[in-house]
Design a protein around this ligand. Structure first.
Ligand code: FES
Length: 546
């Protein structure tokens, strides 16, 4: 410590605060975190603590292959062991891009020190040729590009117009969903979720977060005191009201598993019920996170939900939810609607079950086509993502708008890592006809920025021998979201017969982390954590060689 020029009395008897930083230039959404951490340090020093920033594995959605999700659990191990092994009294967690938030929170939960979160904040709205754009437009531009409606140059120009400031994706994609999850769980100061990354109030938030963690250490306000079952229920209700990403289900389940709260897939349906969509934000609505903040942000949403959520539970600032949200105001009812006059009645995550997904699958109704929520159609099957890519644009693909696209082997074990390909792009021949949505089923995930009538996270997945593995072209599948059913109309005998000739796919990963992952990852309905990482083992270090 002294070789860093730190005076002796700086660490004598002061709370040592770790700043767990997911900064990386390979994670563009978090590239401003070194600077943001300086503001956290100001607050820690001011409050009489001693801050020490440390790096952990950073997971950027845009660059990491085959998918950042493959490494979420690895990054969580890095965070957990770094927090436990070092002499820290409290931790400030800094996340932004999708997986950087759940990974470090999962790790921190397994240690259970006093911990507080500061998110990096969303980008400003993109501006493209007089139009506001954000990440959900990537999918629209891609389809327009495939139809020949925009040129290569326009696509490249649109990218620069979209990513015009620091911060993470500006829609209610997974990063914003995770930031809202953090705030609704009570793990950050109010307004953490939506202050834009470039807004000076993001720095103020960082400063105040640094101040607060020192007090939390003195109060011994550990994560498990905030993360009660009722905090998780609040988060599910808030996620429904904001139209949060389907990835929320997997990450929240994994976090619950670490802290020791019992959470079942059906809880997501149960607690979303009766919660309307109040946030008019893309991809379910029209606006972006910037307008969401100006309209009042998450406290304004939570105030609207006061008749539903638990308001007496404690949050990291030492106040209750009620204290934090009761004075919140909404400044634009078009962006955050009143709960009794909601933007949309349909919200949340619907959990379906049936012989095609015995342990469940999920769909986001607010991003789907209402007429397709009950639909029966002929399966058009792709055995894996390579098969899909090689055939989806063929003019002679045997598909029409009533068919159901099925994609196998993109689950946790199957890809491996469960990539965001479940919202498979539409067949070109249907796009050319002007069809914009159809029913799709897979064991993969979908980007929080995407939309469509897409059943995801089918469990058990095909690579684990789930029924999805034996679906054949021409089989009839019936989706019935109102009754929470997803059914393969093939007899039990025929399913059993087909399963006899099914073989475990050999993906050829015989060493290293990926091998460990394939052999220990749990299914999507359990949060896709590694089975041996569940639970927590305190901050105690049992042996000391110093
Ligand atoms: Fe990082 Fe979207 S790419 S949040």
């Amino acid at each position: 410590m002294k070789n860093q020029g730190i005076p002796h009395d700086e660490f004598e008897g002061k709370p040592v605060i770790g700043i767990c930083n997911t900064w990386s230039e390979l994670t563009p959404c978090n590239a401003h975190f070194r600077e943001l951490a300086e503001f956290v340090k100001r607050g820690v020093w001011e409050a009489g603590g001693f801050p020490l920033e440390f790096p952990v594995m950073s997971l950027g959605e845009t660059l990491i292959k085959p998918t950042a999700m493959l490494y979420r659990n690895l990054a969580s191990m890095d965070a957990e062991e770094s927090i436990r092994a070092n002499p820290l009294d409290g931790v400030v967690l800094m996340g932004g891009c999708d997986k950087t938030t759940p990974s470090i929170l999962m790790g921190a939960c397994s240690v259970d020190l006093p911990s507080i979160f500061i998110s990096g904040g969303p980008m400003l709205n993109g501006q493209f040729r007089g139009k506001q754009i954000a990440t959900s437009d990537v999918w629209r531009f891609d389809e327009a590009h495939r139809r020949g409606e925009i040129t290569d140059d326009q696509l490249i120009e649109a990218e620069a117009c979209m990513g015009r400031s620091r911060g993470h994706c500006a829609v209610m994609g997974t990063a914003s969903t995770m930031a809202c999850m953090i705030e609704s769980l009570g793990l950050a100061l109010p307004q953490n979720a939506a202050i834009p990354a470039v807004d000076s109030r993001r720095r103020t938030q960082a400063h105040l977060t640094g101040r607060r963690i020192v007090e939390m250490v003195k109060e011994d306000l550990t994560l498990s005191k905030v993360l009660t079952r009722r905090a998780f229920e609040n988060s599910i209700m808030v996620n429904a009201a904001i139209g949060g990403s389907t990835n929320f289900v997997i990450h929240l389940t994994a976090i619950a598993g670490r802290i020791g709260v019992d959470l079942d897939l059906t809880d997501f349906d149960k607690f979303s019920e009766n919660i309307p969509l109040v946030a008019n934000i893309q991809p379910s609505g029209q606006y972006m996170m910037e307008e969401f903040y100006y309209a009042g942000g998450l406290p304004a949403v939570m105030k609207e939900l006061k008749g539903h959520i638990h308001t007496d539970i404690i949050t990291v600032n030492g106040k209750t939810v009620d204290d934090n949200v009761s004075k919140a105001e909404c400044f634009n009812a078009d962006v955050i609607s009143p709960v009794d006059k909601p933007f949309k009645e349909v919200s949340g995550i619907a959990v379906v079950k049936g012989n095609l997904c015995e342990n469940g699958a999920v769909i986001k109704p607010s991003a789907a086509t209402p007429e397709l929520m009950t639909h029966k159609g002929r399966a058009v099957v792709f055995e894996d993502i390579e098969d899909y890519k090689s055939r989806i644009n063929l003019p002679d693909l045997d598909v029409d708008e009533n068919c159901i696209l099925v994609l196998k082997n993109v689950g946790p074990k199957g890809y491996p890592g469960m990539p965001e390909v479940g919202n498979m792009g539409m067949p070109k021949k249907l796009l050319d006809k002007g069809v914009t949505d159809m029913v799709r089923v897979s064991d993969g995930r979908m980007s929080g920025t995407a939309y469509g009538t897409v059943f995801l996270h089918v469990s058990p997945e095909s690579a684990a021998g789930g029924t999805l593995a034996i679906v054949q072209n021409g089989d009839i599948i019936e989706a019935d979201v109102p009754n929470r059913k997803l059914t393969l109309h093939v007899s039990d005998e025929e399913i059993a017969d087909r399963k006899k000739s099914w073989k475990v796919p050999n993906l050829g990963f015989d060493r290293g982390y990926v091998n460990l992952y394939i052999n220990t990852v749990e299914q999507a309905d359990k949060g896709a954590d590694l089975d041996f990482l569940k639970g927590k083992s305190s901050s105690e270090v049992l042996r000391d060689s110093h």
